[in-house]
Design a protein around this ligand. Structure first.
Ligand code: FMN
Ligand code: SF4
Ligand code: SF4
Length: 268
């Protein structure tokens, strides 16, 4: 039996960093990208962790689907970590709801505040602010690892604000379900040099390069990975992001892009 698997989905590296940092503290631990999983049969694992970014007070579509398909044995310790920019809403409640429909429950759940990548509304945090958040992430992971190691059952962290639950559980469903085709509004400027990095950055293979320029295929997770990773800031969403600074987690950018590229070429 394998002791630990940490699954992650990550658009701009924050959730990947959390998954990697946690795996370094756990014994016999595999780290797996949810976007690369074709067989969700993990019956032979003692502890399963799911790390993902919060999207509109809730969870990304790909995480919803993954959890619905995941096969683990009855006694498996399942925990989740939602990374977020500061308003985690009801993402862990949503995970627990999905598990309850399968007669399981969330054994533990945590929020980790990281630099916000939602460029449609926010500029990137200044480097000092990013460092502050990374420092707190390290502290929080010490605690999370202690809980996970002994398989402690704790009430998952959740917002005390009623509005978060209302938005998280109701509005999130309505908004996030429209994400797959929101890529129709991405625009590419003349500064594009045809380097293909946006294509590599897309975990769900939603970008084709046509004559060196990205074309989106309308099964988008709206993770911002393509827009945020473009070295020429050539990708924008409508006219909303032209003036904003880009953010891609500086601690893992090269490692994560390389791993996405490798996974892409192994499937081709
Ligand atoms: C589409 C979208 C929606 C988001 N919604 C929220 C939100 O409701 N609350 C929040 O705190 N952060 C929100 N964020 C910020 C991310 O959750 C946060 O930056 C996360 O750590 C990014 O993780 P990643 O780098 O692994 O993709 C959103 C980001 C995106 C792209
Ligand atoms: S990453 Fe930017 S510059 Fe490179 S191909 Fe994509 S849009 Fe063009
Ligand atoms: S196309 Fe861009 S925003 Fe959509 S899933 Fe891929 S990287 Fe994320």
């Amino acid at each position: 039996m394998k002791e630990n698997v940490v699954f992650y989905f990550s658009g701009t590296g924050n959730s990947y960093q959390v998954a990697k940092d946690l795996s370094g503290k756990l014994a016999d631990c595999e780290v797996a990208n949810i976007a690369d999983i074709s067989d969700s049969d993990y019956n032979d694992v003692d502890r399963v962790g799911i790390v993902f970014p919060t999207y509109f007070w809730g969870i990304p579509n790909i995480v919803k689907k993954f959890l619905g398909d995941l096969k683990v044995s009855k006694g498996t310790y399942i925990y989740a970590i939602a990374t977020c920019g500061g308003t985690p809403g009801a993402s862990l409640d949503q995970i627990d709801d999905i598990l309850k429909r399968q007669d399981r429950h969330l054994s533990a759940g945590f929020y980790v505040i990281m630099p916000d990548n939602y460029i449609l509304i926010y500029d990137a945090d200044l480097p000092e602010k990013q460092e502050e958040k990374f420092k707190k992430e390290k502290e929080k992971l010490e605690y999370i690892a202690k809980v996970v190691k002994v398989k402690e059952q704790i009430r998952f962290e959740h917002s005390k604000l009623f509005i978060d639950h209302l938005i998280g559980k109701q509005l999130n469903q309505l908004i996030v379900k429209k994400y797959p085709t929101k890529d129709k509004e991405f625009v590419v400027s003349d500064t594009c040099i045809g380097c293909g990095r946006c294509q590599k950055a897309c975990s769900v293979k939603n970008i084709k390069l046509v004559e060196g320029k990205p074309e989106w295929q309308h099964h988008c997770e709206f993770c911002m990975g393509c827009l945020q990773s473009c070295p020429k800031s050539a990708i924008n969403w409508k006219n909303k992001t032209q003036k904003r600074k880009r953010y891609y987690n500086p601690n893992v950018i090269h490692e994560l892009l390389l791993s996405k590229e490798n996974s892409r070429s192994s499937m081709e």
